[in-house]
Ligand binder design. Structure first.
Ligand code: ADP
Ligand code: MG
Length: 327
């Protein structure tokens, strides 16, 4: 089974940033409202994610590291199917197969916390009692130490860190209600308190997207029928040559979707922008029954039940907001 883990891991654990994405998603799933990340050497040497969520029972710790044990997908026919589905329910198993992983956790009212460790293919998860506040700390050391071919594909420390930071920024923009911190090689890079009102949200935005974005951004918020679109769009006074400030969330989940991208681009081009990249942080709220977020294994694509309506709503909302402030 460890070999199978490594094959599946090769599909999705591409670099430190993919590890961080999975670990933080797990923390969010556990109900945490505070997530602290420490990384070294761009995440290759160490990724430590600590949360104050539900924690994991002693009995469940080894299971969390074992493949399929927690999978939401039952009866996977063969390895090929696993690879093409990505690794839902097996992120920790996949990551642990290509690193030295320790999982430290405590649930509420437990007498002590517990630690489980595994190292590459040697899957003997050792259990030990430890002191740990309620929540979970996952430590991933020496990523790809046992898969040299994969390790070779890693870029410089700086590049790996910037991918990793991008993931954390997205997650922080997706969940204003959660506090985040990120340290790299002992240096504090981000420290974001939970944001409960617009002022605090804008403070987080300035910190994540830069003060220049915030100073030139227009806040919008419109609801129609079952749809709400809100967030910040940059005005022409904020010019940027790269398409690196485009964040779109559907029901708090970061997405990159052709239909959405098209609607946004059309609205911008129509009103203001010619050949420039729009910058925005936007949130679409849709009745979950009308959107499928599990179309693609990386989960960045969505399928709307009524794509046309969604497209028109996004286009019209942005078009009108931008037309109102046209210089
Ligand atoms: P999935 O998240 O798809 O279930 P993972 O391999 O990512 O699969 O995680 C396995 C299981 O371990 C989760 O279902 C959850 O029960 C537990 N788990 C992992 N990380 C945490 C965490 N930070 N807090 C609480 N439980 C966790
Ligand atoms: Mg997970």
């Amino acid at each position: 089974p460890r070999l199978a883990n490594q094959i599946a891991a090769g599909e999705v654990v591409e670099r430190p940033a993919s590890v961080v994405k999975e670990l933080v998603e797990n923390s969010l799933d556990s109900g945490a409202n505070r997530i602290d990340l420490e990384v070294e050497d761009g995440g290759v040497k160490l990724i430590r994610v600590r949360d104050n969520g539900s924690g994991i029972d002693k009995e469940d710790l080894p299971l969390a590291l074992s493949r399929h044990a927690t999978s939401k997908i039952r009866a996977l026919p063969d390895l090929e199917a696993v690879a093409s589905l990505g690794f839902r329910g097996e992120a920790l198993a996949s990551i642990s197969s290509v690193s030295r992983l320790s999982l430290n956790s405590a649930v509420a009212e437990a007498e002590s916390g517990w630690s489980a460790r595994s190292e590459g293919r040697d899957m003997s998860a050792v259990l030990e009692p430890i002191a740990h506040p309620q929540g979970t700390t996952v430590e991933v050391r020496d990523l790809f130490f046992n898969t040299p071919a994969r390790r070779k594909f890693l870029r410089t420390e700086k590049t790996e860190f910037s991918h990793l930071e991008e993931v954390v920024k997205r997650q922080a923009l997706g969940r204003f209600d959660v506090g985040f911190s990120l340290c790299h090689n002992g240096r504090a890079i981000h420290s974001l308190k939970p944001a409960t009102n617009q002022l605090e949200q804008e403070r987080r935005l300035a910190s994540v997207c830069g003060p220049a974005f915030m100073e030139n951004a227009l806040f919008i918020d419109r609801t129609a029928a079952n749809l709400r679109l809100w967030g910040w769009v940059a005005l022409p006074s904020f010019s940027r040559s790269q398409a690196d400030l485009q964040h779109f969330f559907v029901n708090s989940r970061y997405i990159r979707d052709r239909l959405v991208a098209h609607a946004v681009r059309q609205a911008y081009q129509d009103v203001l922008y010619h050949g420039r990249h729009p910058a925005f942080v936007l949130y679409l709220e849709v009745d979950p029954a009308n959107v499928d977020v599990n179309v693609h294994p990386t989960k960045h694509e969505v399928r709307f039940r009524d794509g046309r309506t969604v497209h028109d709503f996004i286009f019209r909302t942005l078009h009108q907001a931008l037309a109102d402030v046209r210089p």
